[in-house]
Design a protein around this ligand. Structure first.
Ligand code: ATP
Length: 273
């Protein structure tokens, strides 16, 4: 167990921001917090990693736990020139090999000397991810890692997050308020609304009445579509690794369904069924 919260609550200004949170992240596990704006997601992760203290309940972290945290808001002085390499070292010195390794892991090693301002939304999020990864955390905590990222970039980023988990074995606690894409990449979903409103596997959560009440009945419908994206991995040489580990020339249905084209995906889904 990397971190475990039991009945945790945080109170500020005479009001409970969250209450009754039970949550655990194990090594190699991806736990996603979903919930509307202001439902206490950031408060919960900050409490999990010790930035905030719970006013009731307990939070236990593994001894010597190393946390890599990407907050929702990053304070960068955009008026000053800042390269990706410098951004990586803002919070402390880093060996060049560790920096290169982390940038390679997120696919932006070639951008090390680029000005941060010139990065695309997706590249910036990858740079933040690399910064958190560089110190080889046991627990990676990502507060909305797809901000400023377009739809297909979002799919790619969540896929990358899962690959990082597979490769490093770290635990991941992530926040998302649009859960369509992330759902397929997570082991456990905890749905917050000031308290834990429901929890479980992505499939069970989207079917639960509490979730439907919070997000509307259409919210669950997309899960099947996105699941489809993740039954195979696109290799750099253009071939595809299928779910059973075999390598194929394409996804098996002749469709390129990685462009966020939902209709095509639905067709492919039916075709596979
Ligand atoms: N220090 C504080 N004092 C008082 N209220 C606070 C404090 N920090 C957060 N809040 C309030 O607590 C609630 C939960 O905030 P939190 O940032 O955890 O929500 P969130 O689910 O992460 O929201 P979002 O999706 O908008 O990022 C909000 O209503 C917020 O205004």
């Amino acid at each position: 167990m990397l971190v475990e919260m039991k009945n945790a609550g945080v109170r500020r200004g005479g009001r409970w921001l969250v209450r009754g949170v039970d949550l655990a992240v194990r090594r190699g596990e991806i736990v996603t917090l979903v919930g509307p704006n202001g439902s206490g997601k950031s408060t919960t992760v900050k409490t999990a990693i010790g930035v905030l203290k719970p006013d009731e309940g307990t939070v236990v972290r593994a001894r010597g736990l190393k946390v890599g945290y990407v907050p929702q808001k990053v304070s960068v002085d955009w008026t000053l020139p800042l390269t990706v390499g410098r951004l990586m070292q803002l919070t402390g010195p880093l060996r060049t090999d560790a920096m290169t390794e982390a940038l390679e892991a997120v696919g932006i090693a070639h951008l090390v000397n680029m000005e941060v301002q010139a990065l695309s939304g997706g590249e910036f999020q990858r740079a933040l991810l690399a910064r958190a990864l560089a110190r080889k955390p046991d627990l990676l905590v990502l507060d909305e890692p797809v901000q400023g990222v377009d739809f297909s970039g979002e799919i790619a980023l969540y896929q990358l997050i899962r690959e990082l988990r597979d490769r490093t074995g770290c635990g991941i606690l992530l926040i998302s308020h649009d859960l369509h894409v992330v759902m397929a990449q997570t082991d456990m979903v905890v749905c917050l609304n000031g308290h834990v409103c429901c929890r479980g596997t992505p499939e069970s959560v989207v079917r639960s009445p509490e979730y439907t009440r919070l997000f509307g009945s259409r919210a669950g419908e997309t899960l099947a579509i996105y699941r489809h994206h993740h039954d195979h991995t696109h290799l750099p040489d253009g071939r595809v690794r299928l779910a059973d580990g075999t390598i194929a020339e394409d996804c098996g249905d002749g469709h390129n369904h990685h462009a966020g084209e939902a209709e095509k995906d639905l067709a492919a889904e039916r075709h596979d069924a």
